[in-house]
Ligand binder design. Structure first.
Ligand code: NOJ
Length: 711
């Protein structure tokens, strides 16, 4: 049922709205950044009846709420926070793997659990709303916010996005442990030109519908209660001012029935960054008319909105519609009955939550090369752990934690529990009587303490070297794009020095995103991507190295060989001469969907049924131990009236099989899976032949294929 069809709720909304003055309505649309305004100012906004504050925790939130409840109408405040991978702006909460790392698991259940645990901790802090998930696609990996995405693929992003939304919102928004999710950034933010954060996006509405809209459609189907407007623009119109995208597509077509919040100061940007409005009144008019219900951080909107209505330039019904959308969610959340969520006192980083973070970290470990050195066998008695990210919890966490965005306090000290890679290896190796020595070797950014010679001495005489390289939070996040994705500092030089010892090197990538590591991978015996593994990411890595877990991650994103090769996402449109470089192959270093295991799998007997659109395949674990394989189904439209991707993911399932076990898998494709978007923006199925691929990665050599005819 659509939210506005709930008559009881609607009666309450209308009754409250009818009592509100123009000023109260404008205030309800305001979201004030607590950490950016002077305290007195924040309190004044609470007295004015501001609808929401962001980035405020604990007693400050309680004080603001008390003020709000004491105003004439006593409308409770909705508190928002960026709980992006766990409620990690609070230094005592559980830190999960980043969204990108989580996506490597290809496990919606675990991602849903991540959402549930995060919601419980956010609610326990008395807060209501997380600005998550990010449904942007990471196709240009120079972009600083790749770590926040579920990778490059619309289908995988939609499935995992829907899962985490279910986790955050639970069965009912008024549950003690349910918080409101926010699908962001609507839309196409990841497509910023050159990977430069918040730049213009080169997009048409056809492409928007074909590529970027599907994850948001899934989010709306999952009942997401809020959506955040992106910074970018489409064909010359900022999304903030785009009635077509915010109203026609999002509300009328997708049926979104929650409220829309702008991103950070989007309204001011219409004046000072995008130059489509002369002044704040113009900008406020554009944003409100387009369908932004809540205005994040643009304080000037309040006066402008009141002035616009008073002077007859804006219809008050525009404000009514926005406030209605906001109040509806506040009622649905039960805020009028219980303004402060209770959550589960004592749950922060409790055993159950740590287990959820660890389980996800384990399933995100993605083994991409292994010449047989892994798992470490009895012959490995001495290990040297080398590298800047081996023992750096900030690097392991990545962006959106209390290190990078201190909301609670200005504390920068790491808070236990957590396990770095070095600590994880020491623990597991210790139990197996394996000696571990360590040297940082070099920095990622700062080279003042580099000691390549020292690292060489530490590694000399060992049976294996575990080299942990990557990036640090200064190289990832909003506004932190990189033109060059090569390993920074002297990390490659460190690798070169270690190579001279002729000891097997196992390289671990602890980073916010795929970096250009071709050279290092070539010279390593094994390569494993851990990305930002969260609190216990180091333990998960150690368990994988020693074979206590069998790696099962698959890449949700392709690895470029070189920055100049970007973009390398797998679902490109068919090319012509442009499918190669003179000096580089066009294939990525590692492709979307790739990931090895300590066991092996064989696919056979692909069957396609045109009537039921069922795809069946047999999968056998042909190796010597239990393991998980993610079976991926891709589709290509053989001939279509517009260019369609060379292949695109339409289904997947992660399957656990004992050694020798065989399983029959059946995937039921929907009619929509075969559709495309025409130049007139209509989604249709064009009858004809479709190639179906099934296998363990997006690479042709890993796929069985067959053809199906669809009417
Ligand atoms: C700007 C970011 O783009 C957005 O993702 C975030 O939720 C808001 N700031 C609030 O911090």
């Amino acid at each position: 049922m659509n939210r506005s069809q709930n008559t009881e709720l609607e009666t309450r909304v209308e009754s409250l709205l009818s009592q509100m003055t123009l000023e109260e309505k404008a205030a309800q649309m305001m979201q004030i950044p607590f950490s950016y305004v002077p305290r007195e100012e924040a309190l004044r906004w609470a007295r004015l009846g501001a609808g929401s504050f962001l980035h405020v925790l604990g007693d400050d939130a309680r004080e603001l709420q008390q003020i709000a409840l004491g105003t004439r109408l006593g409308i409770p405040v909705l508190f928002g926070i960026d709980a992006i991978h766990g409620h990690a702006l609070n230094d005592h909460a559980t830190v999960f793997p980043s969204q990108l790392a989580a996506a490597c698991s290809w496990n919606p259940e675990l991602v849903e659990q991540m959402g549930r645990v995060t919601a419980r901790e956010v609610a326990t802090d008395g807060l209501h709303w997380t600005f998550s998930p990010v449904l942007c696609l990471a196709r240009d990996t120079r972009w600083g916010r790749v770590n926040e995405t579920f990778g490059e693929d619309p289908y995988l992003t939609g499935e995992l996005g829907a899962a985490i939304i279910r986790g955050y919102q639970g069965d009912r928004l008024d549950g003690e442990e349910s918080i409101t999710a926010c699908a962001k950034h609507y839309i196409g933010y990841g497509e910023a030109v050159g990977g430069r954060d918040a730049c213009d996006t080169e997009m048409t509405y056809r492409k928007l519908r074909e590529v970027f809209l599907p994850p948001f459609k899934r989010a709306v189907e999952a009942g997401v209660a809020t959506v955040m407007t992106a910074y970018g623009s489409i064909d010359g119109s900022p999304f903030t001012a785009s009635e077509k995208s915010l109203k026609t597509i999002l509300r009328d077509e997708l049926g979104f029935d929650g409220f829309v919040v702008t991103d950070w100061d989007n309204v001011t940007s219409l004046v000072i960054r995008q130059f489509v409005a002369e002044n704040m009144d113009e900008a406020s008019l554009l944003a409100a008319n387009a369908g932004n219900d809540m205005i994040m951080t643009t304080e000037a909107f309040y006066d402008s909105a009141i002035r616009l209505v008073r002077t007859g330039r804006m219809d008050e019904r525009i404000l009514d519609a926005a406030v209605r959308n906001i109040l509806r969610i506040k009622f649905e959340m039960g805020l009028f009955e219980r303004p402060e969520k209770r959550g589960k006192p004592g749950c922060f980083a409790c055993a159950e939550h740590l287990e959820a973070s660890l389980t996800l970290a384990r399933e995100s470990i993605t083994l991409l090369k292994n010449d047989g050195v892994l798992p470490f066998g009895a012959g490995v008695r001495r290990i040297a752990v080398i590298g800047p990210n081996a023992d750096d919890i900030r690097a392991q966490y990545g962006d959106w934690t209390y290190f990078t965005h201190p909301a609670a306090n200005r504390r920068q000290e790491p808070v236990r529990p957590y396990t770095t890679v070095l600590e994880g290896i020491r623990a597991v190796a210790g139990e197996q009587g394996v000696a571990v020595s360590y040297s940082r070797g070099c920095g990622v950014l700062d080279s003042t303490a580099d000691d390549l010679d020292g690292a060489l001495e530490v590694a000399r005489g060992c049976d294996a070297i575990v080299l942990v390289v990557g990036d640090v939070p200064e190289q990832a996040g909003e506004t932190k794009d990189r033109a060059d994705l090569a390993l920074s500092g002297r990390q490659e030089a460190l690798f070169e020095r270690l190579k001279t010892l002729s000891i097997p090197i196992v390289t671990i990538l602890v980073a916010s995103k795929p970096l250009c590591v071709s050279h290092v991978v070539e010279g390593s015996s094994a390569f494993l991507a851990a990305f930002n593994g969260g609190m216990l990411g180091g333990q998960a890595v150690a368990e994988a190295l020693f074979g206590r877990i069998n790696p099962s991650g698959k890449l949700p994103i392709s690895f470029p060989r070189h920055s100049g090769q970007i973009p390398v996402y797998y679902n490109q449109l068919p090319g012509w001469h442009g499918d190669k470089y003179v000096d580089l192959p066009q294939t990525p270093l590692f492709a979307f969907g790739e990931g090895l295991s300590y066991t092996s799998f064989a696919y056979s007997n692909l069957r396609l049924d045109a009537d039921t659109r069922a795809v069946s395949v047999s999968l056998q674990n042909t190796g010597g131990q239990a393991g998980a394989e993610t079976v991926q189904v891709y589709l290509r439209d053989r001939v279509s009236s517009v260019l369609t991707p060379v292949k695109r993911l339409v289904a997947f399932e992660k399957v656990w099989l004992a050694a020798g076990e065989t399983r029959e898998l059946v995937f039921s494709l929907t009619r929509e899976d075969f559709s495309l978007v025409l130049p007139n923006e209509r989604r249709v199925v064009e009858p004809g032949e479709f190639v179906i691929f099934v296998g363990g990665s997006s690479k042709d050599e890993d796929l069985l294929s067959g053809t199906i005819f669809v009417e």
